[in-house]
Design a protein around this ligand. Structure first.
Ligand code: DC
Length: 219
């Protein structure tokens, strides 16, 4: 497809699952930009660096590769490590640093320059790809989002409580919405979809319908 799709929204709104299915359906490339911020966070934890300049220096020395749902730092598969509770709790602190966002945004634009990507994140429709042909903003009640994340974490064997997950999500929402540089926000021209009482399949269909209408195609 000769266009890009931006999918933004808060944690647990179903973005990554939906974006991946949309990308597969349309034969496009899925890019999870949250995974990039998580990879940098993992890197800073591993190297025990909290100074901004040190972290930016580290980023310059490594290569981050995203292939579908797998993420690599210098060819090491870190897909599971970046989902740890430690990284999850630390990532919004790293993601609000303008110098780091600047580097990530350049990388993300580079990945999308030949079109054909479905990119999910927080600032894709507003800052990274303001010219994306299709923009969606997924939301859901905080309780519903916490329940989804909680189930996912329990399935992966993490020892957490629903209250703890909800508190973590609220904390991250606050950080993501209130940072000065490219905060979590719906683009003015984004289609807003409340996923609270919808299945993944329903949300995917809504998105595909918008694209079918926009392109005048039958899929
Ligand atoms: O989607 P996620 O939960 O994996 O994202 C991890 C963190 O990265 C989240 O706290 C917000 C941040 N993020 C961001 O600031 N900008 C993006 N484009 C994507 C994610």
């Amino acid at each position: 497809m000769n266009f890009n799709i931006a999918i933004d929204g808060p944690a647990g709104a179903g973005k990554s699952t939906v974006a991946k299915i949309v990308a597969d359906t349309l034969n496009m490339t899925y890019i999870d930009t949250g995974a990039m911020y998580r990879a940098i966070t993992l890197l800073s934890i591993r190297h025990n660096k909290s100074d901004i300049n040190d972290i930016v220096e580290l980023i310059k020395q490594i290569e981050i590769k995203i292939e579908g749902k797998r993420v690599y730092i210098d060819n090491e598969d870190v897909s599971d490590d970046i989902r740890s509770i430690e990284v999850t709790n630390e990532v919004s602190r790293i993601a609000k640093i303008p110098e780091i966002r600047h580097v990530m945004i350049q990388l993300q634009r580079e990945m999308a320059k030949n079109k054909g990507v479905v990119m999910d994140g927080r600032d894709i429709g507003t800052i990274v790809l303001p010219d994306a042909k299709y923009k969606f903003f997924l939301t859901a009640d905080v309780r519903e989002r916490a329940i989804r994340r909680y189930r996912e974490m329990i399935r992966k064997g993490h020892d957490v409580t629903l209250e703890q997950v909800e508190k973590d999500i609220e904390y991250r929402d606050f950080q993501d919405k209130n940072r000065d540089y490219s905060p979590l926000k719906a683009a003015e021209d984004a289609v807003i979809i409340d996923t609270t009482n919808k299945t993944i399949q329903q949300v995917v269909e809504e998105i595909i319908d918008v694209i079918k209408r926009g392109e005048g195609i039958v899929l």
